[in-house]
Design a protein around this ligand. Structure first.
Ligand SMILES: NC(=O)c1ccc[n+]([C@@H]2O[C@H](COP(=O)([O-])OP(=O)(O)OC[C@H]3O[C@@H](n4cnc5c(N)ncnc54)[C@H](OP(=O)(O)O)[C@@H]3O)[C@@H](O)[C@H]2O)c1
Length: 367
């Protein structure tokens, strides 16, 4: 992980050692595995745990937390961070827009993550944490310099001199070439170890990969919505392109925002904005799948959450980043690692899941 810098914002960044990321041919992909603990992110030199933790809900009041943030939730989020690190899961995903200042009572997720890292480092200076954050391609942000400016603001909130992975959160409405150039600049200025995109369709992904490759930089990852009940990446060419080019697919909403954990039922649907997606009708249709996930899990003494995360990891070249709100949830995620569903179980779950009409994804991925 990068050096932790003083919490005061710094205006000038000393250009660190230029660290070009080698573009690799797809056949190198087979050699990327580093054992059970860590894997290389795409063709970059960055190694991360096989499962990461999503920090969207930390400090957020626009979608999560019943639109309120308080000290109790803060302590729970901190416990989620600590439990993850204690369990050996050290890859964290945040974004500049998580916990947006435009949302009443929110605290920026990057600020919280930076604070948790700093406290953890004080306890154990040897602790290595990998931080991924994201650039918001807002319509008024134009060109490569906007990426560097936003990245420096993110580093300031995180209290770090560089991040491990910097991603374009969604495609820009005016085009992406300037943003991709900005990612390359960030690598060359030593502000990031690896770069990626998010919500990119197959064509945008290939274009971004080619553009960076010309500079000798590899596109490490594409972060997209992917779970047992949302398998669009398998159908729209994104997963195949990731595998072919050696780009890691980072799976967001991998437990379908709690719907695949088995805790939400037609009688007990989620509240808030999730309730409009995972309706009692949807949850009724989901029950046969949840029941089978539970049965399979019992054979391994694993929970449904652990089974569905294991299913994603079994797709190869996929790193799920489930969101944890507390220590218990984070600990449960760790139990998704270190074992494997059989091929027959993987196929059976996919075929059972295909009988459930998927929920609507983040619409930008279809643009
Ligand atoms: N790039 C993008 O556009 C994008 C979009 C979405 C998300 N993401 C990233 O992906 C991460 C994960 O996605 P997500 O947060 O949307 O969905 P998710 O990981 O599928 O679901 C997380 C939610 O599930 C519930 N949960 C977690 N662990 C549980 C457990 N063990 N048992 C029961 N319930 C559990 C929690 O909510 P409750 O306890 O309230 O049920 C938690 O907030 C985000 O944090 C973010 O980093 C990226």
């Amino acid at each position: 992980m990068a050096l932790h810098v003083s919490s005061a914002c710094f205006s000038a960044f000393s250009p660190g050692k230029v660290q070009k990321i080698r573009a690799v041919a797809s056949e190198d992909f087979a050699t990327m595995k580093m054992g059970e603990d860590k894997v290389k992110l795409g063709g970059s030199e960055l190694k991360v745990t096989r499962l990461g933790i999503g920090a969207w809900s930390w400090g957020d009041t626009s979608y999560w937390n019943n639109f309120e943030w308080d000290d109790r939730k803060m302590k729970a989020a901190k416990a989620a961070f600590d439990a993850s690190v204690d369990c050996g899961i050290t890859f964290f995903d945040t974004a500049e827009v998580y916990g947006s200042r435009f949302s009443l009572g929110a605290i920026n997720s990057e600020t919280l993550l930076g604070r948790f890292i700093k406290e953890s480092k004080e306890r154990n200076p040897e602790e290595e944490v990998a931080v991924a954050t994201k650039f918001a391609a807002l319509p008024w942000r134009l060109g490569r310099q906007s990426v560097i400016t936003a990245l420096k603001d993110s580093l300031c909130r995180l209290g770090l001199s560089s991040v491990d992975l910097y991603q374009l959160h969604w495609p820009g409405i005016w085009g992406n070439e300037g943003y991709i150039d900005g990612l390359g600049d960030a690598v060359e200025q030593g502000l990031v170890k690896a770069v990626g995109v998010s919500n990119y369709n197959e064509k945008r992904l290939r274009d971004a990969y080619d553009q960076l490759k010309k500079r000798g930089i590899t596109l490490a990852s594409n972060q997209v919505n992917y779970s047992l009940i949302y398998r669009l990446p398998e159908e729209n060419g994104v997963k195949v392109a990731c595998d072919e080019l050696g780009i890691t697919l980072i799976a967001y909403s991998p437990i379908a925002q709690g719907a695949l954990t088995g805790k939400y039922t037609p009688e007990n649907p989620p509240t808030g904005p999730r309730g409009r997606i995972y309706t009692p009708e949807f949850l009724t249709r989901l029950q046969p799948l949840i029941n089978r996930i539970k049965q399979i899990g019992q054979n391994y003494s694993k929970s449904p959450t652990q089974v569905v995360l294991n299913w994603l990891i079994a797709q190869e070249n996929v790193i799920p980043i489930p969101g944890a709100k507390n220590g218990e949830q984070a600990k449960e995620f760790a139990g998704a690692l270190g074992w494997r569903l059989t091929k027959e179980e993987i196929n059976e779950l996919r075929s059972l899941a295909s009988e459930t009409k998927p929920v609507i994804g983040f619409p930008v991925e279809n643009l």
